[in-house]
Design a protein around this ligand. Sequence first.
Ligand code: COA
Length: 333
Amino acid sequence: MKNLGLGIAIAGSGSATPTQVLSNDDLSRIVDTSDEWISSRTGIKNRRIASNEESLADLAARAGQNAIAAAGLAADDIDLIILATSTSDDLFGTAARVQHLIGATQAAAFDLTAACSGFVFGLVTASQFIYTGAYRNILLIGADILSRWVDWNDRATCILFGDGAGAVVLQASDRDRLLGFALSSDGSQNQELNLAYQAQPNPLTDNITTSTGGYQAITMNGREVYRFAVAKVPDIISKALFRANLEASAIDWLLLHQANQRILDAVASRLDIPSEKTISNLANYGNTSAASIPIALDEAVRSGKIKPGDTIAASGFGAGLTWGAAIFQWGKE
Ligand code: COA
């Protein structure tokens, strides 16, 4: 609903990743795998891993500060911070801690959880506050430290994930550059990929029992998740393109959640988008969940690949299951 004639510009990007690098060869010393298997099945070579001293709030704040600087703003220009994450430092939320670290004294802040779709869900959520006229400058951060929740003995999952943070600043603007979007969820397939609480009964009194469990490591049915992504992502991008009144040929860049090179290639091919237009950095970072789209966006902007005015089709997909797409033009010029 764009009832005040307000539009959105995505005015700046930033990212931050941990310094520790875990290679496929390193992994082959931990589990029974090989560089050849991982590279050919996923396209991943290295991933960044947060150390025991690095918090999600630190990574998110660094990415956020870089995005605010790139947008030419100061921290106290920010009205709202949305932190898309599934790996909060604190179950009560990490966004307020990020607000403090950044010094965004005027900003309200909250966490949003939609796993690997978190950045796209966050982009659409942030845009609603601008369309209603409630806020003018919103910092959206996607950040995850999945390495905390990986079973490092499970070769089917531990090879896929890495840590990092990416961010963008959304600004109110005369012209709307968010051209179309679509979001979707299917909880009936939740069991295919999750990081679930496992209840342990704790009898308090004769007739009252509480639960004092913990979170189990990431569990995934790789083949089903692969099938889901290849089937649903082209459909939701087509839906968002339809709403934007655009053909796939109008896209300058296909910016997918960086899960697996084979998924990126299959989606591009279904949409008939040539590989030169597909942004891929997962060889260096693996799957960084909510951070993957904004890290890839930030790298492509800083390297001069993505230019102001370019049309980007972004799509996130993952646990929930959730998936979504947003078609937007980069920059505020
Ligand atoms: N190294 C070596 N062998 C491995 C391995 C590893 N890291 N992981 C699994 N294998 C083995 C399996 O045990 C199996 O062996 P078997 O045939 O003797 O039983 C064989 O490789 C094939 O396993 P399978 O699970 O069928 O492989 P796959 O081709 O489906 O590839 C994934 C596995 C995980 C790479 C793939 O399913 C995938 O990418 N799925 C999507 C996951 C994803 O993106 N999740 C996040 C979404 S946000």
